[in-house]
Every structure is written in C-alpha cells, then in structure tokens.
Write a protein that binds this ligand. Structure first.
Ligand SMILES: [Zn+2]
Ligand SMILES: [Zn+2]
Length: 150
C-alpha cells in the first residue's frame, strides 16, 4: 500500500519537473499550458519591445518544439503584428497582459512573466543592447527594496 503511494508521488514529481508549464493573464480570463522544452530565453532591449512592454526590455522564452494549449479564454486572446516587421505580441483583450504567441510559424514565444510555474532556465542573453533605454544603465547600483519605499 505504502509502496505504491510512494511510486505515485515520484511520478507526480517527474511530471512536474518534466517540462509542463502553465500560465495566465492578470484578469484570469486566459490560461494556457505549454508542454516541451524552451530553447532560448532572451531579454530584448529593442525599441519595439520597449513600447510593447512599457518597460526596459521584453523577457521571452522561445521554443521550436513545445506545444501550446489554451485552457480557457482562447477567444479573449488577440494579437498585433507591427506592419513590415516580425515584431508581434499576443495579449488578453480584457486586461492587456502579454500572452504566448505562435505568430511566427514553427516558433512559440512565451513572455516569461505570464508563467505561473517556475522555470529553471536562466536568461540566455540580453539582446539589442544597442538600442537600450538611457535610464536602463547601471541598474544594479540603484537601491533595492523588498516592497514599497517607506
Ligand atoms: Zn486578462
Ligand atoms: Zn525586441
């Protein structure tokens, strides 16, 4: 009895550590699952990603083989492609949160921040540093607070 229960537990752990990831948007309308490996994790500082995210860079995971399944709210996902470029984003129509994109055939792009599961992968590289924001300089020297300023 006890033995089989332990075996079940081990299998559960293996399944989780395998490569199942899940994520959702801020309002919770959209949720998804990703099965497979990520091949790259890039922090893109290009001007398009700055506009797109409203921040210093976009943090995206890339996979050529992983599978994406929308678990809820698939019809609430919309996407935008910047004309004349490959720059695109998927997002929730209701809350605007970034969501996985399959706009480029054979390539799944998952914004790291929309995942609810932890990823063991560390970023592969910062890219397009040539166009990084002027305020995105020496950020390691900026005071670090665990919460709001006093
Ligand atoms: Zn949403
Ligand atoms: Zn970019």
């Amino acid at each position: 009895m006890c033995k089989s229960a332990c075996v079940f537990k081990l299998q559960d752990i293996q399944e989780i550590t395998m490569t199942d990831h899940s994520g959702s948007c801020l309002c919770g309308s959209v949720s998804f699952k990703v099965t497979g490996e990520f091949n790259g994790f890039y922090l893109c500082h290009c001007k398009h990603c700055q506009k797109d995210t409203g921040s210093a860079y976009a943090a995206n995971l890339f996979s050529q083989s992983a599978e994406l399944v929308w678990q809820s709210g698939a019809d609430t996902v919309t996407c935008f492609t910047l004309p004349g470029t490959r720059h695109n984003k998927s997002f929730c129509k209701l809350c605007g949160s970034a969501l996985p994109s399959t706009q480029i055939p054979g390539l799944l792009v998952v914004p790291a921040g929309c995942l609810d599961t932890e990823i063991s992968m560390v970023p592969t590289a910062h890219i397009f540093l040539s166009s990084k924001a002027v305020w995105d300089e020496n950020s390691e020297d900026v005071p670090r607070l665990e919460g709001l300023p006093e």
